[in-house]
Design a protein around this ligand. Structure first.
Ligand code: PLP
Length: 463
């Protein structure tokens, strides 16, 4: 363990002052932070000048890397033109209008046709809380006040505000926080690797997932269930790729009981899976779509909730009856992040982000499998496009993970750091990859070279 930093260093000041998100707060008092000072392309540098490849683009988000000057200039221009305005009581401004138009133009097919309108928030969590409130509001408009329960999935991640954390299906987000709230329920995680039965095809497994969902709906009462939230690929839950036929099977069940589907595209949106939307990769036609992160390449906080015509009509009718749609953030559609998002989407078009991800993503997926599939510590290699994971196991044959108390994933992250790699360990020691979308083939090779060295070193340390 690194000794606690002394004196007036950034690390010592951090320990003395910062309460960190997603950190063992007690251990942090001993271990201290990794202080990052700058970035260039897919790399970041710490306060000692050490260079790292960012294998997860920060938090699956800095899609254009860490030094895009056009995004900086877009922010500066907008700061000068109009540094703040809002959308309350029908006020508007050009960046909010243009960004909404651009998102609707690019939106995937929606249930019942196309996406109709866009609401802006600042984070994925806020956007998901917004979607939940919209769903409750719409069901009140539709005269079915009892149809309010929300289904999430085990290992799903939708954020940490109270409602979003309730849809999230991960223990660390629930334990000691007194969530999930009543009315939030979870269906099984579609992990074929762990939950598929011997001899069961992916399609048969998908059908079983859909049956499980239907059983849950029937047990609760379909008249009480409003919506289901799903990430096209479960990201923070360990990059769980849906088995073949999963979403069509799930959607069939949801439609049978008039349950809305929210596609949480906070990670999968904007090319990550090799299509503009994960919904296109996995045949999802959502009623509501939530996006954030790569929307602005995360240079400034902004998220969006797109709703289809049916949902919009319900919101419009009810708000007219009440006199206002009583929901909105001071910074909803803030002009500066909106301007940065517009520039981001323009860049994606210019560099053909989808074409690029398809090309380098094929290389990334092939190399990830070629290099690590047979590694003694690796149970499964999975992913698509520029998102992937390597799951570490103690027993490859039995698909048995390491005892979580051994913190094998966290050990690997620490070793990888020494090899110039910032990695992310998740549940069941799944090491996620979600590099900046601009990554090149040589950079992918360099990233995987370093990862391979770290993995081999881990093997020596833990055996
Ligand atoms: N939804 C998904 C799929 C996410 O991956 C995340 C964050 O990682 C969120 C929602 C929450 O977003 P935020 O951290 O911006 O609140």
């Amino acid at each position: 363990m690194t000794p606690p930093p002394m004196g007036n260093s950034a690390a010592a000041r951090d320990i003395a002052s910062v309460l960190h998100p997603y950190t063992d707060l007690k251990a942090h008092q001993e271990t201290g932070p990794l202080v990052i000072t700058r970035g260039k392309g897919v790399r970041v540098y710490d306060d000692q000048g050490k260079e790292y490849i960012e294998t997860v683009a920060g938090l699956w988000c800095a899609a254009l890397g860490f030094d895009n000057e056009r995004l900086v200039q877009a922010a500066v221009r907008q700061m000068r033109a109009l540094p703040f305005y809002h959308g309350f009581t029908g006020r508007s401004h050009e960046p909010m209008i243009q960004l909404a138009e651009m998102l609707l133009e690019r939106a995937p097919a929606a249930h019942g046709g196309r996406m109709s309108k866009v609401f802006f928030a600042n984070s994925g969590s806020e956007a998901n809380d917004t979607a939940i409130k919209m769903i409750w509001y719409a069901n009140n408009a539709w005269g079915r006040p009892q149809k309010k329960k929300i289904i999430g999935r085990v290992r799903g991640y939708h954020g940490i505000t109270i409602a979003a954390a309730s849809v999230t299906g991960q223990a660390a987000n629930h334990k000691a926080f007194d969530v999930p709230l009543p009315g939030f329920i979870h269906t099984m995680c579609p992990t074929y690797y762990h939950a598929g039965l011997p001899g069961e095809t992916e399609e048969a497994f998908s059908a079983r997932c859909a049956e499980e969902l239907e059983k849950l709906i029937l047990a609760e009462g379909p008249e009480t269930i409003a919506a289901m939230f799903a990430e096209p690929i479960q990201g923070a839950g360990g990059v769980v790729v849906p088995p073949r036929g999963y979403f069509p099977a799930i959607q069939k069940v949801l439609r049978k009981y008039d349950i809305l589907l929210v596609a949480d595209e906070v990670i999968c949106g904007f090319g990550r899976t090799g299509n503009y939307w994960g919904s296109q990769t996995y045949d999802i036609e959502p009623d509501i779509l939530v996006c954030a992160k790569a929307l602005s390449s995360s240079y400034l906080p902004i998220s969006a909730v797109m709703v289809n015509e049916r949902v919009f009509e319900a919101l419009a009718t009810k708000s007219h009856e009440i006199g206002t749609f009583g929901h909105g953030f001071t910074y909803s559609g803030h002009p500066v992040p909106a301007a940065v998002a517009i520039e981001t989407l323009k860049i994606y078009d210019e560099i053909d982000i989808v074409g690029h991800v398809r090309e380098v993503g094929a290389h990334f997926q092939a190399e990830l499998r070629r290099r690590f599939h047979e590694h003694p510590l690796v149970g499964e290699v999975r992913g698509i496009g520029l998102i992937g994971a390597v799951e570490l196991v103690e027993d490859r044959e039995a698909r048995r993970n390491f005892d979580p108390a051994r913190k094998v994933g966290a050990k690997l992250v620490k070793i990888a750091e020494a090899h110039g790699l910032i990695c992310r360990a998740m549940v069941l020691d799944s090491i996620g990859f979600s590099p900046p979308l601009i990554i090149t083939k040589p950079e992918i090779d360099e990233m995987l070279d370093r990862f391979g060295r770290a993995l081999d070193e881990l093997a020596v340390q833990i055996r």
